[in-house]
Design a protein around this ligand. Structure first.
Ligand code: SF4
Length: 85
């Protein structure tokens, strides 16, 4: 079973309403942390977690998700549609 961790995001002027990290495939490269260090950090298992879902704007979140080499970050919009990957 996949180990998805979901973080809800209720931010005005933002389309992205949920960040999901697939912990099974995260390999701890931390590119997401490099792009958005106010949002992501690595936990003690060297997997990405979200420390503040509201910290970054949509564009930064998208760049962070795009930077992940294994596409372990999924972004969902307010309509429930997956916007990345
Ligand atoms: S960039 Fe991807 S693989 Fe690397 S820590 Fe972030 S989620 Fe995990």
């Amino acid at each position: 079973m996949s180990n998805f961790k979901e973080y809800l995001r209720d931010k005005p002027d933002s389309k992205i309403s949920k960040i999901i990290v697939n912990r099974d495939i995260c390999i701890g490269v931390a590119s997401c942390v490099a792009v958005a260090d106010s949002t992501f950090k690595l936990d003690e298992e060297a997997k990405a977690i979200v420390i503040d879902p509201l910290a970054a704007d949509d564009q930064t979140l998208l760049m962070a998700a795009q930077s992940c080499p294994v596409q372990a970050i999924l972004l969902i919009d307010k309509a429930g549609k997956q916007v990345f990957p």
